[in-house]
Design a protein around this ligand. Structure first.
Ligand SMILES: Nc1ncnc2c1ncn2[C@@H]1O[C@H](COP(=O)(O)OP(=O)(O)OP(=O)(O)O)[C@@H](O)[C@H]1O
Ligand SMILES: [Mg+2]
Ligand SMILES: [Zn+2]
Length: 381
């Protein structure tokens, strides 16, 4: 049996151009290489799984590459690049500060920095989770960071910039990594699915992308998990929701249809079904609010792009939003919001949600009455 390599490793970008969603950083780094204007200390900040370590390694590889391309990318063919790609290069040192945070660890590193590289131009030191270094370790590091030998480059990475002491911050060029957009993640997953010959439904990929909350690594792990769980070369929306334990958005459409029809009984039955499937009332209300919000932004062509759903789902949203009035959506959102806020404090949480649903089903009627009364008073006035 072939060894299974997780997608996050298999598809780690090998040059700047293939890094997703961090153009502001990759372009700046490439320009610095082009103009020979490279800083010696960098701080890469940002949420987990968005490409900090990846970019640090690409930078290390690119500046040591013997035949950089005309686009200032690593060639991925020379001895140095090959050594990097096989994790065998002597010119890159990675220190995980989460587990090596003592003064001694840093002293070791500082000691190594004194030796010039045997091959290649630069020695690159990547210190991950740098905010975990002890104070004493930080202090032992400061002097080297301030006056490193010219062949040494430091790339510090952290998910918690606010915990990095100012003396370090002021000595580094700081790069803030973005959370990656749902769209970009979904496209990247689509690319990987194609490479792996997996027949994936767009909606499934989009759902994974949404759930990943900006972290590409998380998206890739979820993707792997669901593919392994399913038959292996198909990835469907239904399998994805059951795997990630997400409520099918179909339910929200049904709930809103029933609310618009003023049918309390229907809505209560649907909610019962949802609870029976093991979903939590609070999550349901939050999900319903998001659904109402999506319907709301569909009301205006100017905001329609704010919904982050696949093309096929989009038409469904547009249709339902046509049926609901802005006043209905606003009032329903309000009721959901109140329900969510008071949920934790409520003694009977099921009833609490049911009450909110009942109130919402009465909205269409109440709004019609209010409109009639207004017209009436206009006529009289
Ligand atoms: N911007 C990106 N473009 C393409 N792939 C990415 C990107 N970000 C993350 N990945 C994928 O996720 C994996 C992990 O990314 P990486 O190690 O660079 O994250 P990180 O930002 O260093 O996260 P952490 O803070 O957890 O260390 C990579 O191997 C790659 O497959
Ligand atoms: Mg990392
Ligand atoms: Zn090369």
């Amino acid at each position: 049996m072939e060894n299974f390599v997780v997608s996050a490793r298999k598809y780690r970008p090998s040059d700047f151009n293939s890094v997703v969603g961090q153009q502001h950083i990759t372009t700046t780094l490439k320009n610095a290489i082009k103009n020979n204007h490279l800083a010696q200390a960098f701080l890469f900040c940002g949420p987990r799984g968005v490409g900090k370590t990846t970019c640090a390694r690409i930078l290390a590889k690119t500046i040591n590459c013997q035949h950089r391309t005309s686009d200032f990318e690593a060639c991925n063919q020379c001895d140095s690049c090959l050594a990097f790609n096989n994790n065998a290069s002597f010119n890159v040192h990675e220190l995980d500060a989460a587990s090596n945070n003592s003064v001694d660890d840093i002293r070791n590193l500082v000691e190594q920095v004194r030796y010039a590289p045997q091959q290649g131009l630069y020695k690159v030191y990547i210190i991950d989770e740098v905010h975990m270094l002890s104070n004493a370790a930080f202090n032992a590091f400061l002097k080297t960071l301030e006056e490193p030998p010219k062949y040494a480059i430091f790339i510090l990475a952290t998910t918690e910039k606010h915990k990095v002491i100012p003396t370090i911050l002021s000595r580094c060029q700081i790069f803030d990594f973005n959370r990656i957009l749902i769209n970009d993640i979904a496209l990247h997953l689509k690319y990987i699915a194609e490479q792996e010959k997996i027949d994936a439904e767009d909606e499934a990929l989009r759902l994974i992308a949404t759930k990943a909350d900006g972290a590409l690594r998380d998206a890739l792990s979820m993707f792997d998990l669901i593919v392994t769980y399913s038959s292996g070369n198909r990835l469907t929306y239904l399998e994805t929701i059951s795997n990630l334990h997400i409520l099918d958005y179909d339910y929200y459409f049904k709930v809103v249809d029933s609310l618009l029809a003023g049918s309390i009984s229907n809505v209560l039955l649907i909610f019962d079904e949802i609870l029976k499937k093991g979903f939590d009332g609070n999550n349901f209300i939050v999900g319903l609010s998001e659904h109402l919000r999506d319907l709301m932004v569909c009301k205006d062509p100017a905001t329609v792009d704010l919904i982050q759903v696949s093309e096929s789902a989009r038409d469904r949203y547009l249709m339902q939003s046509q049926q609901a009035s802005v006043s209905f959506l606003l009032s329903a959102l309000n009721i959901c919001n109140q329900c969510d806020i008071q949920y934790k404090a409520s003694k009977n949480q099921r009833l609490h949600v049911e009450l909110a649903l009942m109130k919402m089903s009465k909205l269409p009627q109440a709004l019609t009455l209010a409109a009639l009364a207004q017209e009436d008073s206009k006529k009289k006035g």
